[in-house]
Ligand binder design. Structure first.
Ligand SMILES: [Zn+2]
Ligand SMILES: [Zn+2]
Length: 231
């Protein structure tokens, strides 16, 4: 099998069906209904029903292709992410459906790295917010012209326009109507935070790797769920 023959039927990519070829035995299977593996990895994968191998050890190209084309239900599935300390996402599962009937604050997640984008989307949705994801600051700016977001949760470091500049432009266009939460693993120094707040008008600052409780607290300050539910 060639590395890029992964997706057998592109038209079958929906919530219920995602037909792929196993990287090990090359048999086809429906990843959407397969079991998640139990590997002690930050990001888990799915098991082939024919040979019972997951693809945690598959080549990078296989994984990239798999996740790029995977339906949202798989990409953002709580079982994909191992959360250190507590199995948060599973336990909070009941919240989202309750809130879904009511008006939920809309969060736009901006990150060029797919696993982080999906993890953040998974967390934020579990908390009861409405979620949209994009992979660049440019897309985020375009979308914010037509869709009204309450919060933009953005990566700080992205290839073209970075998260701070995105924040500055969002604030220029929408003022304080949009709250911006900046996620970064790099610039943890105090002067960076101060500059992000004062020069670029960043509202909140989150360290990566993301922590569920910190994210919840930051979102709660930026767009309290109870207010939205009452209005
Ligand atoms: Zn297999
Ligand atoms: Zn695995």
């Amino acid at each position: 099998m060639s590395d890029f023959d992964l997706i057998i039927d592109e038209t079958a990519v929906t919530g219920e069906s995602y037909i792929v070829a196993c990287w090990k035995c090359a048999e086809k299977f429906n990843a959407a209904t397969s079991s998640w593996c139990g590997c002690d990895a930050k990001l888990r994968t799915l098991e082939c029903p024919h040979c019972a191998s997951c693809f945690c050890l598959a080549p990078f190209v296989y994984k990239r292709r798999f996740w790029n084309d995977a339906p949202k239900t798989l990409r953002e599935h709580a079982s994909r992410f191992r959360i250190p300390g507590r199995d948060v996402v599973g336990g909070e599962q009941s919240r989202a459906p309750e809130a879904s009937a009511l008006r939920r604050p809309h969060v736009l997640i901006v990150d060029d790295e797919e696993p982080i984008r999906s993890l953040a989307a998974c967390y934020v949705e579990q908390l009861g917010y409405k979620v949209t994801t994009v992979s660049s600051a440019e897309e985020a700016l375009l979308m914010s012209d037509t869709v009204s977001f309450n919060v933009v949760l953005t990566d700080a470091l992205m290839p073209k326009m970075d998260g701070r500049e995105l924040c500055r432009r969002l604030k220029e266009a929408h003022g304080d109507q949009i709250k911006v939460i900046l996620m970064t693993s790099l610039y943890t120094a105090n002067h960076y935070r101060t500059e992000a707040r004062h020069v670029f008008k960043v509202d909140e600052y989150l360290a990566k790797p993301l922590r569920y409780d910190e994210l919840r607290a930051a979102l709660q300050r930026a767009a309290p769920l109870h207010l939205a539910l009452a209005s």
